[in-house]
Design a protein around this ligand. Structure first.
Ligand code: LMR
Length: 331
């Protein structure tokens, strides 16, 4: 593996992609293309993917070579899983909301106010129920390898959002998840499924009025610039599954698969432990850049919880009452 200063690297630089040299894979090395949609710095996923690339390329030099493509330069999340099944990309880390057409199990993560914070999410993911979820899409050709944290979601719009009624009548961008659609319908708002790369433009031009996301995404993609303010609601979680093609993974020589799995496990543990800090820093950067942040008092928060509670019942059949109970036990 050599560092590349080629056409692709130049293209990525022109596209505003920074924070990590492109790898130039040698003949005979196993090439692992990792595609994702966020920025690379001040972002839990961006940092983790860069670290994974660095470690694979340092420790498996001559055997394997990872190339990371951030910022949707290769694929949006709605295309990447199909590309993976076609063998055009080997790894990705879409948010758990983006597996809707492959499994209904991940709907638990989208249910509003299901998890108190990221440490409860972490404990659930590491439980037997959570770990089994990584294997839930094998029949559809996908193998989950690791959960990566981003963080808790906040909500923003082109007007202040203090009580749930403030969202009524507004259009909100959502990830492609029916739970998230139901969440905004419970607020009498209009949800619109949309790719991440299109959100800034849609907010700017008024195609949608608001959105929900983590501090690192709100800062990384500058959503705060085109919103009245962001309400610190912590109403849901946005986490990722590092995923690969089942056949590709199973087809690897065992020593290569084992070394990749070990590096990935270590990177996941190291970076998951830092995700909350990365989001806190992104929130501070939003404020430093002039973004308005609104906190909810206990009464306001209780009103949001009450307004969104009916969504649980709607999806209990898909998710399972026992899984909801298991998730709640970690709060
Ligand atoms: C989104 O679409 O809002 C997120 O899933 C983007 C990401 O990867 O964090």
């Amino acid at each position: 593996m050599k560092l590349r200063t080629s056409v692709l690297a130049t293209t990525l630089l022109l596209a505003g992609v920074s924070g990590g040299a492109m790898a130039d894979c040698d003949d005979g090395e196993l090439v692992i293309k990792f595609s994702h949609v966020t920025n690379t710095d001040k972002h839990p996923k961006g940092i983790a993917a860069s670290l994974l690339q660095q470690r694979v390329n340092d420790e498996m030099n001559g055997v394997a070579c990872m190339e990371v493509f951030p910022n949707s330069v290769l694929y949006d999340d709605d295309k990447v899983l199909e590309a993976m099944l076609n063998g055009d990309v080997q790894m990705a880390a879409p948010s758990l909301s983006k597996f809707e057409t492959f499994t209904k199990q991940y709907r638990i993560f989208d249910l509003p106010f299901m998890f108190r914070d990221i440490s409860a999410v972490d404990a659930f993911q590491n439980s037997e129920t959570g770990q089994a979820m990584k294997d839930s899409m094998r029949k559809r050709g996908l193998q989950g390898l690791a959960f990566w944290h981003n963080g808790m979601k906040q909500i923003s719009a082109n007007k202040p959002l203090e009580l749930p009624g403030d969202a009524a009548g507004l259009k909100f961008r959502v990830q492609p998840s029916d739970v998230l659609v139901a969440q905004f319908e419970a607020l009498e708002a209009s949800p619109q499924k949309m790719a991440f790369s299109e959100v800034y433009g849609a907010l700017q031009t008024g195609v949608v009025d608001g959105q929900e996301n983590t501090w690192s995404n709100i800062y990384g993609k500058k959503f705060f610039e085109v919103q009245d303010g962001t309400t610190e609601s912590n109403h849901g979680v946005l986490d990722y599954l590092v995923v690969t093609g089942f056949d590709w993974w199973e087809g690897l020589d065992a020593p290569i698969r084992d070394q990749l799995a070990t590096i990935l496990k270590e990177v996941s543990e190291t970076r998951n432990a830092e995700s909350t800090r990365v989001n806190e820093e992104a929130k501070a950067s939003v404020i430093a850049a002039g973004g308005v942040v609104r906190e909810l008092d206990a009464e306001q928060r209780a009103a949001w919880v009450e307004a969104l509670q009916p969504v649980w019942k709607q999806f209990e059949g898909d998710v399972g009452a026992d899984t909801i109970e298991a998730a709640q036990s970690f709060n």
